[in-house]
Design a protein around this ligand. Structure first.
Ligand code: ACM
Length: 542
C-alpha cells in the first residue's frame, strides 16, 4: 500500500473510532431517557467504603432505599455517614479526600417534587431533588448506571454523567389483572421493583372481576372464601386472595418506591365472583355472562358496596379508587325483567339501561366523595355526569375516539391506555400464538414506544393539560404462569415508561432498542423471562 494511502486509511480509522467513541459517550444509557444528560468525562468509583451523606434529615428513607438497591443489584455495601456527621463529614472530606472515602450526597433543591439532578465525577455523586419523588428517580438513574458498569467484588467504576431530569407525564401507570389469574405478592413486589427502576409511579390493581375476588373484606368474608375460588382457566382453583396484612405490606413496599397503589373494585358489571358469595346483591346477567351485575335497583346494594369501598379506602392511602364501570351491557339485559330495577326506573325516571348504569355510578361516586376518595373509571363513565374535579377517566377503547373527545370536552382528567398500543395481553410479534390480536393488529415493542399524543386529533393545545398520563394494562385471561406474565410485560413496559417520561420530540426507536439491549440481561439476571429477539426466544405457552 502506498504510504500516503496507508496514512489516509489510518487517519480515517482513527477519526472513525474517535467519533464512535465520543458518540457512545454522548448517549446516556438510562431508561427512560433523561431530559438532558452530559458526560462528565470522569469515573466514579463505587465501593464498600462509599458513604451516603444527607443534606436534609427527611431523606433518611430514601438513603435506606439507595443502600438496599445497591446491595440488591450490585452487591456493594454502601454505609451511612455517622449520625449528625453530615456537615462535618463534608468539610472534613473537603480538606482530606484520602482519609474520607467517596460519597453520595442526597440534597434538596427548589422546584418540582419529581425533578432531580444527578451529578457524578471522581470526587463523588450528588443527587439533588425537589422532593422525595425526585430523589427516588435520581437514585434509580444512579442504580441503573451502577448496574450497567459490571460491578464486581465490591467495586464498580461508573462512567460519570450530569443529568437534569423530570417527567413529561405525571401518571405513568401499570395495571395488573389478578382476578383472571392470581400471581401472589412476590410477583407483585417484583413488578413494583421493575416499575420503580423505570420510574413508573401508579400501580392500578384490578382485584375483582368475574373469575375471582382477590381482596379480603372483613365485613364480608365470603367475598374471598367463596368469591376467591376459581380462575379464568380453572373454575375450581382453591381460593386465592390477598389478606389485609398482605395488602398493607404491598402498599408500603410500593410507597417506599414512590409508587401509589390504586385498587379497582369493578362495578356494576364484572361482579360474578362477588355474586357467587352474596347472591342477594346480584342483578343477574345473560346466558353468556351469568350473574354479571350488581343489582342497581336495591337500596341494600348501595349500602353493601359502600361498606366495601370504605374498607378498601382504609387499606389504600391513595385517596382514589377505581370503580370500573366497563362493559356493563354484557350482562345488564336481566335488569329489564328485574322488579327492583324496574321500580327504580319509574321512581327516578330513568329511560334506558344505560341511564340505570349512570345512576348507579353516580351513587357510588357519592359514596367515594363522602370518604374523600377520587372516582376513577373506564371511559364508559364519561356520560355519567360525575363531578369533574373528582374524577379521572381511563380511555381504553381506541376504536371509540369520540369517548376521548367527550371526556376532554366535559373537562375530565384523562389517563390514556388505548388497547393499541397499551394492552400488553396483545401479542408482540406476528409469529406468536398465545395472546390477543384483532385481525392483523397487535402490539409490538415499537408501537408501544412510538405512542404519541400528537397522533390524536381529539387532543389539542387547549385540552392537552387534561391528559395526566399513560398506562399499560396487563389482562390475564390467558396468562397463568409468572413466566408468561414476564414475557408479555417486558420489555414492552420499558418502552411505555420512556413514552410517558421522556420528551416525545426526542424519541428515537433505534436508539431505544440499542439502550434496551443492555437492559435485557439485567432483567434476566432477576429471573425474568423476556423476549430477547423473536429468533432466539421461544414463546412460553403455559
Ligand atoms: C377493559 O378492558 N374492559 C377496560
Amino acid at each position: 500500500m502506498p504510504r500516503l494511502t496507508m496514512f489516509r486509511s489510518l487517519l480515517f480509522i482513527t477519526t472513525l473510532s474517535i467519533s464512535l467513541y465520543s458518540r457512545a459517550q454522548d448517549v446516556c444509557p438510562v431508561i427512560p431517557a433523561p431530559v438532558t444528560a452530559k458526560s462528565t468525562n470522569s469515573n466514579f468509583l463505587l465501593n464498600d467504603r462509599t458513604v451516603i451523606v444527607l443534606q436534609h434529615p427527611s431523606f433518611r428513607k430514601e438513603a435506606a432505599l439507595l443502600q438496599e438497591q445497591l446491595l440488591k443489584y450490585t452487591g456493594i455495601r454502601v454505609q451511612m455517614a455517622a449520625a449528625g456527621m453530615n456537615t462535618a463529614y463534608l468539610s472534613a472530606r473537603a480538606t482530606d479526600k484520602n482519609k474520607f472515602p467517596a460519597l453520595i450526597v442526597l440534597g434538596k433543591k427548589s422546584g418540582e417534587e419529581d425533578a432531580y439532578t444527578l451529578n457524578m465525577n471522581e470526587g463523588g455523586v450528588t443527587i439533588d431533588a425537589g422532593g422525595e419523588e425526585g430523589l427516588v428517580y435520581g437514585i434509580m438513574s444512579f442504580v441503573q448506571l451502577a448496574r450497567l458498569s459490571n460491578p464486581k467484588d465490591q467495586h464498580a467504576t461508573i462512567a460519570g454523567w450530569r443529568i437534569e431530569d423530570r417527567p413529561v407525564m405525571k401518571w405513568r401507570g401499570f395495571m395488573l389483572d389478578e382476578s383472571r389469574h392470581f400471581f401472589g405478592k412476590e410477583t407483585v413486589k417484583m413488578l413494583l421493583d421493575q416499575m420503580a427502576l423505570y420510574k413508573l409511579n401508579k400501580f392500578h390493581w384490578h382485584l375483582t372481576d368475574a373469575p375471582g375476588w382477590r381482596i379480603e373484606i372483613r365485613q364480608y368474608p365470603r367475598l374471598t372464601l367463596v368469591g376467591g375460588i376459581g380462575s379464568s382457566t380453572d373454575s375450581l382453583a382453591p381460593a386465592a386472595y390477598y389478606t389485609q396484612d398482605e395488602i398493607s405490606e404491598i402498599v408500603a413496599y410500593a410507597a417506599a418506591r414512590q409508587i401509589t397503589v390504586i385498587p379497582e373494585i369493578d362495578m356494576p358489571g364484572h361482579a360474578t365472583a362477588a355474586n357467587k358469595a352474596y347472591p342477594e346483591f346480584s342483578g343477574g346477567g345473560t346466558p353468556k355472562y351469568p350473574e354479571f351485575t350488581f343489582n342497581p335497583g336495591k337500596e341494600s346494594t348501595y349500602q353493601y358496596l359502600t361498606n366495601i369501598l370504605r374498607e378498601v379506602n382504609v387499606l389504600f392511602p391513595a385517596g382514589m379508587i377505581h370503580i370500573g364501570g366497563d362493559e356493563v351491557s354484557f350482562g345488564s339485559a336481566s335488569w329489564n325483567t328485574d322488579v327492583h330495577v324496574q321500580k327504580l326506573m319509574k321512581q327516578e325516571n330513568l329511560k334506558s339501561l344505560v341511564d340505570v348504569e349512570h345512576y348507579f355510578i353516580r351513587r357510588m361516586a357519592d359514596s367515594l366523595q363522602a370518604i374523600n376518595s377520587k372516582v376513577l373509571g373506564w371511559d364508559e363513565v364519561t356520560a355519567a355526569k360525575l363531578p369533574v374535579a373528582e374524577t379521572i377517566v381511563f380511555w381504553w377503547r381506541q376504536e371509540r375516539p369520540e369517548q376521548l373527545k367527550n371526556a376532554l370536552d366535559k373537562g375530565y382528567k384523562v389517563v390514556l391506555c388505548p388497547r393499541f398500543p397499551f394492552y400488553l395481553d396483545f401479542v408482540q410479534d406476528s409469529t406468536h400464538i398465545s395472546g390477543r390480536r384483532w385481525g392483523k393488529e397487535f402490539n409490538p415493542l415499537r408501537r408501544v414506544y412510538e405512542f404519541n399524543m400528537s397522533n390524536y386529533p381529539e387532543i389539542k393545545d387547549n385540552n392537552r393539560s387534561q391528559i395526566i398520563g399513560f398506562q399499560a394494562n396487563q389482562w390475564t385471561e390467558v396468562i397463568k404462569s409468572a413466566e408468561r406474565l414476564h414475557f408479555m410485560t417486558f420489555p414492552r413496559l420499558l418502552a411505555m415508561a420512556e413514552a410517558a417520561w421522556s420528551d416525545p420530540e426526542k424519541k428515537d426507536f433505534a436508539g431505544f432498542e440499542k439502550r434496551l439491549t443492555k437492559f435485557i440481561p439485567l432483567l434476566q439476571q432477576q429471573g425474568l423471562y423476556v423476549m430477547e429477539s423473536t429468533k432466539t426466544t421461544p414463546e412460553p405457552l403455559r
